[in-house]
Design a protein around this ligand. Sequence first.
Ligand SMILES: Nc1nc2c(c(=O)[nH]1)N[C@H]1C(S)=C(S)[C@@H](COP(=O)(O)O)O[C@H]1N2
Ligand SMILES: [Mo]
Length: 405
Amino acid sequence: MKKRIIKKIDTSKRNFLTGSATLAGVAAATSVLPISIAKANHEDSDPKGLPDFIKWKNREALIVHSKKGIEAHRSAIGESIITPIRNVYIRNNMPTMTDAQIGDRNKWKLSVEGVKKPKTFTLAQLKKLGQTTIATVLQCSGNGRGFFEHGPKGSQWRTGAASCILWTGVPVKKIVSACGGIASGAKYMTCTGVDAPKDLDPKKATVERSVPLLVYKESILAWEMNGVPLPNAHGGPLRSVPPGYFGINNVKHLGKLAFTETESDVKYMKTSYRISPIGKKGPEYPSCWEMPVKSWIVRPTDETGVVKSGKVQIAGVAMGGTKKISNVRVSIDGGTWKKAKFVGPYLGKYAWRQFVFEANLAPGSHNLASKATAGGDSQPELRYENRRGYAHNGWKDHSVNVEVV
Ligand SMILES: Nc1nc2c(c(=O)[nH]1)N[C@H]1C(S)=C(S)[C@@H](COP(=O)(O)O)O[C@H]1N2
Ligand SMILES: [Mo]
């Protein structure tokens, strides 16, 4: 096993603020406190630098799979409940919109359709309708894909295409009432991003996602993330947040909110993000919607350095998707389970819950695993094999092996 080096980040070096950082990006970057995290062994696994549009992010915390897929190291997401923006993963189907494309943020337009009185709002007008703050887990449907053995296409995420975010924005309910209510016959809330480059076929490039209608009651359209204006890279100036639903349904650069009788027929709804058996695909398979219960250990891991025998704090995060987490159990021997303690604040059922289990570890190899329960569902031992490696919540693959000395 490779030894990882712990390194204190020198926050006096503000050179991440140069380059193409946007105003919101700068705000995001400077809003975090100095932290100490594990430095990856970049030599073999991770030689790439950060792409220009996220130069302000925390290079030490991230694994760069490609320009469109950047995840956080296991030890870089969960030490405090809210994930610092500089450590939050990026998944782009389409390129992040630039300041020039976005223009004046307050004049950003959102059209609302499938309501009694369709309207177009500017962001400034939306801000006058109401505001709230919610904590949710943002997680890519493919988080954990790297554990599948059949080699599914896409970023080989392990645990780090996930984060816990505080979003501020307007409840969709408020928009609905400002538009006289939902038109009759609607069965879905459909959100459309306007990031697709104009020269591409809109049916193939538009990120448009439908979720079951009632999700609107809990959803917000957010313009702030962890207390700063939503950075372009995370979908600024406006993004939909349907709590408990996989990342893809959290549409960035939101230009349209519609209540529709049918699901969108764009590729990203119809055929992509469908959980199908290996070798099969098509719109008849379930969409990546609600996230299943899941947990994983963030410390100790093989990234956090040498573990000394004796009392060890095993810490992790647990999420219930749309359900409240009821308990987390930890095993230090790959099979016997004991209850872990919840620590940190309860930020509502859509946030994740930090847990700690105090173990007595003898020298030698240990397999540390966690298993969460929410709304009566417990994590399965094994992954559900599927073509694109979606929705992995099996506890075994997510366990960690540590060497105790
Ligand atoms: N408009 C738009 N929305 C989008 C995407 C995109 O490319 N364009 N990517 C989706 C995917 S697959 C995920 S996992 C999340 C990633 O959000 P993040 O990059 O802010 O972490 O945004 C989703 N919303
Ligand atoms: Mo995703």
